[in-house]
Design a protein around this ligand. Structure first.
Ligand code: PRP
Length: 189
């Protein structure tokens, strides 16, 4: 009985932390359909590689790749930001790299969110050194108010103000990635 009560509280707290839906499942679907069609239309006949940055972008990659009606390959990489104490300068390290040569490929990085911009700036620098034919960034969300480095995605589906968002791949302490929509996280619960 005690365990059941605890489980109930956990579920209630989990739900209470989902403050409000910011972008619905339907809005995400529509935007992805449009961007997927644009990417397919701009397809040049060159080998196309979609690169996703784990973990946050896994849901967006799955949906965007299926909205692109053109031949393409999929690859994944994983980055981690390190901060030293109170210093505001974050260092981004690649902890899992893509498993293929990208020389002469058209590469599109598929990301869930551009926040400070550090992750994408660093990943673009690393991938550019490998001489792809082209390199573009498509981000589901863009939070320009939070930017600390000079970086902007080539395409962003939604621009949002500076509040904590979860769902559709984005997490809070590894939870909520599986929500089918983007929600605001309630930090007061
Ligand atoms: C998030 C997101 C981006 C990055 C953006 O990843 O997926 O990769 O932060 O932030 P930035 O613009 O400030 O660099 P996170 O480090 O939270 O890891 P996750 O993808 O595993 O959730």
């Amino acid at each position: 009985m005690g365990t059941l009560m605890t489980n109930q509280t956990l579920i209630e707290n989990y739900q209470k932390r989902i403050k409000r839906i910011v972008i619905t499942e339907e809005e995400i679907k529509e935007a992805i359909k449009k961007v997927g069609a644009e990417i397919a239309k701009s397809y040049t006949g060159r080998p196309l590689l979609l690169v996703s940055v784990l973990k946050g972008a896994f849901v967006f990659m799955a949906d965007l790749s299926r909205a692109i009606n053109a031949p393409c390959e999929i690859a994944f990489m994983c980055a981690k930001s390190y901060f030293s104490g109170t210093s505001s300068s974050g260092e981004v390290n690649i902890i899992m790299d893509i498993d293929r040569d990208i020389k002469d490929l058209d590469v599109i990085i598929v990301e869930d969110i551009v926040d400070t911009g550090r992750t994408l700036k660093r990943i673009c620098e690393i991938l550019k050194e490998r001489k792809p034919h082209s390199l573009r960034v498509v981000s589901l969300l863009d939070k320009p108010d939070r930017r600390v480095v000079d970086f902007n995605p080539d395409i962003s589906l939604f621009t949002i103000p500076d509040f904590f968002v979860i769902g559709y791949g984005l997490d809070c302490a590894e939870q909520y990635r599986n929500l089918p929509y983007i929600a605001e996280y309630n930090q007061e619960v």
